[in-house]
Write a protein that binds this ligand. Structure first.
Ligand code: GLN
Length: 200
């Protein structure tokens, strides 16, 4: 069977994730498929799902309206890998900040983490820094108006920190990142994510 990864494609850096997943499959020597979707019915037939960056308020509205949110929640409950990057990280969380509340952004609530939207402030809207990711190693992380994790529950494994913030974490089959691994040529985060769902 061909391993299939769905990339939620309602908004944001969708195509970059599709390409990164495909390149990661090549690196791993796995036959796999990556498809972007903005309709219901695709996530539920996939082995894993990626929620890209973009604008969390917009992505939230669209995935709940289209029924994609329920499919992601079900996939997660079935133990299949779910990765959220940047805005996708916000959507994975159980605990939003005051910005999430003010905008009435509905969250998927799959990770017991507290997130802060736009945590790195206006001066540093976008930057790149080398961080050390547990299980992966040094990685050039691109941050764009990035959220951060300020606190985690007891079943969450912290994978990387930068300054006072947690920027990568994993709770069983759910992986959340503040930054954009799809914007560099390095496919190791996507390989790590694929390996969460496949015994190689
Ligand atoms: N600032 C955006 C939000 O809060 C996230 C930015 C991004 O995904 N690049 O939704």
């Amino acid at each position: 069977m061909v391993y299939k990864v769905a990339v939620v494609g309602v908004q944001g850096d969708v195509e970059e994730h599709v390409l990164s997943v495909r390149r990661a499959f090549e690196e791993l020597g796995i036959e796999g498929k990556a498809v972007a979707t903005r309709k219901s019915g695709v996530v539920s037939e996939s082995d894993a799902v990626v929620i890209p960056g973009g604008e969390s308020t917009t992505i939230s509205k669209l995935i709940f309206r289209e029924g994609i949110a329920d499919e992601i929640i079900q996939l997660a409950k079935d133990g299949k890998p779910v990765m959220g990057t940047c805005a996708g990280l916000i959507l994975l969380s159980m605990h939003g900040d005051e910005q999430v509340e003010r905008t009435k952004t509905k969250l998927l609530g799959l990770m017991d983490i507290w997130v802060k939207r736009n945590a790195f402030g206006r001066q540093r809207e976008s930057f790149q820094v080398n961080v050390d990711i547990k299980g992966i190693g040094p990685f050039d992380a691109v941050f764009i108006r990035a959220p951060a994790i300020t606190k985690v529950g007891e079943y969450v494994d912290v994978l990387a920190t930068y300054k006072d913030y947690i920027i990568a974490a994993k709770q069983e089959n759910i992986l959340g990142l503040s930054f954009h691994p799809e914007l560099t040529d390095d496919t190791r985060v996507h390989e790590y994510f694929i390996k969460m769902g496949i015994d190689l």
